[in-house]
Design a protein around this ligand. Structure first.
Ligand SMILES: [Zn+2]
Length: 296
């Protein structure tokens, strides 16, 4: 079985212009270079999830299940469809694909009571098992103002997936440091924390946190950034990750963000075929580790 622990879907109206431009920046430059115009509403693969995606690309990549993470950038810039409409759409969309898509709630804890309401809503109505957060939008995980949010996560025994490492556009990298979660996880044993992208440029902080806390996990999405030009780097990062936190790293693609440069099925093949770990490590990364965490 193969599980992709890090996938996004969105409609153009659910993300602010400033974030679309940040995600699409290289494409925008190309567009201007060749056509001299501004990017349109739906010119690019990453502008909006096409109907039937991401399941079609999962089939090509032989991925059985994907965790769907909505992105709440609604406090970074104006959006036409608010975060509740975005989450409603994600949960309804995923429901039509049976157990292949596993939707988490995407909400910015800076929304205070409304964030708590939304988490409760999707746990009660859809039995959601997790939440995606993105501290780079302007908040620090160890800020006491966030305590009610993480207390609720802990009470409900949810998984939190957090962005870590580099951020685009108006976002603040420094707030995505894994060490800012230290006090959050120490106090909350039922909460399980997944640091995305192996912590990115802060990966030493991830490994330090994981060495202290058994409820800290990671996904390897965005390592495709090294591909296809530097395969040895992606391989070395995978090898390091399974040595430093064995049994706690998940496969992830960050689909659709890397698909134009290095598609999801190539990424699956890379992980399956390269010599970064033994068969047991590969089985764990591709599905076993995630399934064990969800049962714990
Ligand atoms: Zn992502």
């Amino acid at each position: 079985m193969i599980i992709d622990a890090h996938v996004h879907i969105w409609k153009r109206t659910m993300l602010p212009d400033v974030m679309m431009e940040a995600y699409l920046e290289p494409l925008v430059l190309l567009d201007q270079m060749f056509f001299g115009g501004k990017p349109g509403e739906k010119d690019w693969l990453t502008s909006e999830t096409e109907p039937g995606e991401p399941v079609r690309t999962m089939d090509l990549a032989k991925i059985d299940r994907s965790v769907i993470l909505p992105l709440d950038f609604g406090l970074v810039g104006p959006v036409r469809d608010n975060i509740e409409l975005y989450n409603d759409w994600v949960f309804e969309y995923c429901g039509s694909f049976g157990d292949r898509l596993i939707p988490f709630v995407g909400v910015d804890p800076q929304r205070g009571q409304d964030a708590l309401r939304l988490v409760n809503k999707y746990v009660k109505s859809f039995d959601s098992k997790g939440v995606k957060v993105y501290p780079s939008t302007g908040w620090s995980p160890n800020d006491p103002k966030m305590d009610p949010f993480f207390d609720l996560i802990d009470d409900l025994g949810l998984v939190v997936v957090t962005h870590a490492g580099a951020s685009w556009g108006p976002l603040n990298d420094e707030l995505s440091r894994p060490e800012l979660f230290h006090d959050v996880v120490v106090k909350r044993e039922r909460m399980r924390l997944v640091i995305a992208h192996l912590g990115g440029k802060y990966r030493e902080e991830l490994y330090h946190l994981a060495s202290e806390m058994p409820n800290v996990f990671a996904d390897c999405s965005a390592l495709q950034g090294w591909l296809p030009s530097q395969p040895e780097m992606a391989e070395a990062r995978l090898k390091e990750a399974v040595e430093r936190m064995p049994g706690r790293v998940f496969f992830g693609s960050d689909w659709p963000l890397f698909d134009l440069a290095y598609c999801q099925s190539n990424w699956v093949e890379f992980v399956q075929e390269r010599n970064w770990g033994n068969d047991e490590a590969k089985e764990g990364l591709l599905s076993g580790n995630f399934l064990r965490m969800m049962k714990s």
